[in-house]
Write a protein that binds this ligand. Structure first.
Ligand code: ADP
Ligand code: MG
Length: 320
């Protein structure tokens, strides 16, 4: 082991401890992190570079592997990480970052290195939606792994709406965002009671613009975005479309009034549903549930400012 490699590993471990200081459950990522990283550096012939700052999980590092550019993502050896790697591997690079190597027991995956995120491209919401729908649909075409159970996503989100507000919001904040919290709860119950397992497919689960990365230029000069960070869950396609639509809080809040914000959002719902052949009403319902639960989730991760934009934009869309 070269001294510089050991120093690079030590640097990554220290930076990860600092980055995860507000993380509600850092244990799986930090567990034997130095040992795992040292082993991977040797086995995959890695030179460790800088960490990407846009995620909220374990370290994601620009690396070279055998001298070629790649990205190393380190998580814990959890079931969620196994599902992530399985979905990426199933995609075989179509619409997603290609997997160069993986070791789920070591909580590690090595990916082809892609370009900047769609979130950083400064595009208007309709252009971002247009870029996201293609790769999201590719996920739905992938085979579900034998034995993989469907996720009761609406029930899961209903559970978050029942428990998280008390934990992460003050009584005054619960009162302020009550219309959004109540509507999201009502919609989650509706989506659960009208669930049709026959319509469920492998979904990305988190196709937001920070998880879409610019792909390489193709021979016809086209450059499309590719997804990383899939949850790899089985649920209905409208769920993924709802996640695509749950962003753009800042643009909605900047619209000249509630009616303009609602029109902007309704237009995006129709655009995304038409492009994917999904039900715009259900996609919009998932988007509201996701907008509110993501706001709560971000509070849990202590990103209070972004959380407020999600919850405030939900209130705005509900204002009559
Ligand atoms: N294959 C890749 N190529 C280039 N950048 C990447 C790649 N994978 C991840 N990144 C960068 O790292 C960030 C975090 O990665 P991600 O897998 O989304 O982790 P998290 O689970 O923390 O959200 C991404 O938003 C992107 O900026
Ligand atoms: Mg991510």
């Amino acid at each position: 082991m070269q001294l510089s490699r050991q120093a690079a590993v030590t640097r990554v471990v220290s930076a990860t401890r600092v980055a995860l200081r507000h993380h509600p459950d850092p244990g799986p990522v930090l567990d034997r992190l130095e040992e795992r990283l040292l082993d991977l550096v040797v086995r995959w012939d890695l030179e460790l570079g800088d960490a990407y700052g846009e995620g909220i999980g374990g370290p994601v590092l620009a690396v070279t592997a055998g001298g070629r550019p790649a990205v190393l993502k380190l998580e814990g050896a959890t079931a969620a990480f196994a599902a992530q790697v399985a979905a990426l591997a199933a995609a075989q690079g179509r619409g997603h970052a290609a997997v160069l190597a993986s070791d789920v027991a070591a909580g590690a995956v090595l990916l082809e290195r892609l370009g900047p995120t769609l979130a950083s491209a400064g595009l208007p919401p309709d252009r971002q939606v247009a870029h996201l729908v293609g790769p999201v649909q590719r996920t739905w075409e992938l085979p579900v792994a034998p034995g993989q159970e469907a996720t009761a996503k609406a029930d899961q989100l209903a559970g978050i709406l029942r428990t998280l507000p008390e934990r992460v919001l003050s009584p005054a904040e619960r009162a302020r965002w009550a219309p959004a919290l109540n509507e999201a709860g009502r919609l989650a119950a509706h989506l659960s009671s009208t669930r049709d397992p026959d319509q469920e497919v492998l979904c990305h689960g988190d196709p937001h613009p920070g998880n879409a990365l610019l792909g390489p230029e193709t021979t016809d000069g086209d450059r499309s975005y590719r997804l990383v960070d899939p949850d790899g869950i089985v649920t209905e396609p409208e769920y993924d479309v709802g996640v695509v639509l749950r962003d753009f809080s800042r643009e909605l809040l900047a619209a000249p009034g509630a009616s303009a914000a609602r029109d902007l959002h309704a237009g995006l719902c129709l655009q995304a549903a038409a492009a994917t052949g999904t039900d715009p009403e259900r996609a919009g319902q998932w988007a509201m549930v996701e907008r509110v639960t993501t706001g709560l989730y971000l509070r849990w991760f202590h990103d209070d400012d972004t959380a407020a934009t999600f919850l405030d934009s939900a209130l705005l869309l509900l204002r009559r």
